[in-house]
Design a protein around this ligand. Structure first.
Ligand code: NAD
Length: 258
């Protein structure tokens, strides 16, 4: 059983999907967990489920694109747990459109949530981690952070930015006791993917099966990845023995190369 007992974790977008799965995995490994999301009810519910299982959990409303809300979140998490040892930058969103139909507002929103949100949250906790000489930052990027995909130009650009930020902050953090890494899943079975499949069905008239098959074309395995698999990869980057893994990305796509 992997242990991160005594560690305090902040997870953005922790109300459902990968963020909620990461909350359960990290709490079950012994950490206290603070969950943040734009949708407060979702994080309140997940935190209550964690407490029902005997874990220490807190919930906060925060839009990661808003610098003041992120600063307040970092303060509240520190107040609740005494410190933030681990940050999981998971909040993210996606739209799909051919390049010509991407509106500037859509581009800006996708960049703001995925890339700017990751930057703001990292900035809000980084100095505290360096001061305490221990920290783990895990960014939930995507296969789209490493390669191009059709109809997701804004998301692809934003996730490439997340990978670039991961590498840059990892270089700054080297030798401080803080590590910065990313996980890069293919399509995961979450509400976000449900929305993507529903959008394809609406636009193309495809069945659920056909739409799911179409997003898995080019994936390394003919199935959606489970959120728990991504959560386990996140946990593995947070353990004591991962202290020399820095500036790396873990691909969960079943393929041998990106
Ligand atoms: P999801 O939509 O199921 O959950 C996203 C969570 O993020 C929700 O709790 C939501 O409230 C929160 N959120 C969204 N915008 C926010 C904002 N501005 N501020 C704070 N919270 C916000 O998504 P998911 O599928 O679990 O994805 C989680 C992460 O994993 C995202 O970064 C996503 O890009 C990435 N990812 C997902 C997949 C996939 O196939 N689902 C694949 C690769 C990477």
């Amino acid at each position: 059983m992997i242990s991160i007992a005594g560690r305090s974790v902040l997870i953005t977008g922790g109300g459902r999907g990968i963020g909620a799965a990461a909350a359960f995995a990290l709490a079950e490994a012994g950490a206290s967990v603070a969950l943040a999301a734009r949708n407060e009810q979702q994080v309140v519910d997940v935190a209550a489920q964690l407490r029902d299982r005997g874990h220490t959990a807190f919930a906060f409303r925060c839009d990661v694109t808003d610098k003041r809300q992120v600063r307040d979140l970092a303060l509240s998490a520190r107040e609740a747990m005494g410190k933030v040892d681990i940050l999981v930058n998971n909040a993210g969103t996606v739209t799909s459109n051919p390049l010509g139909r991407i509106k500037l507002t859509e581009w800006n929103h996708i960049m703001a949530v995925n890339a700017t949100g990751t930057f703001l949250c990292t900035q809000a906790v980084y100095d505290g981690m360096v001061e305490q000489k221990w920290g783990r930052i895990v960014n939930v990027a995507s296969i789209a952070g490493l390669e191009g995909g059709r109809y997701i130009a804004a998301y692809t650009a934003a996730k490439h930015a997340v990978i670039g930020l991961t590498r840059a902050v990892a270089a700054e953090a080297a030798g401080t006791g803080v590590t910065v890494n990313a996980v890069c899943p293919g399509y995961v079975d979450t509400p976000l993917t449900d929305e993507t499949i529903a959008r394809i069905m609406r636009r193309t008239g495809k069945s659920w099966h056909e739409a799911t098959h179409s997003i898995l074309e080019g994936a390394g395995q003919p199935r959606l990845i489970r959120a728990e698999e991504v959560a386990e990869a996140i946990l593995n980057l947070c353990v004591e023995s991962a202290s020399d893994t820095n500036g790396q990305f873990v691909i969960l796509d079943g393929k041998d190369t990106p």
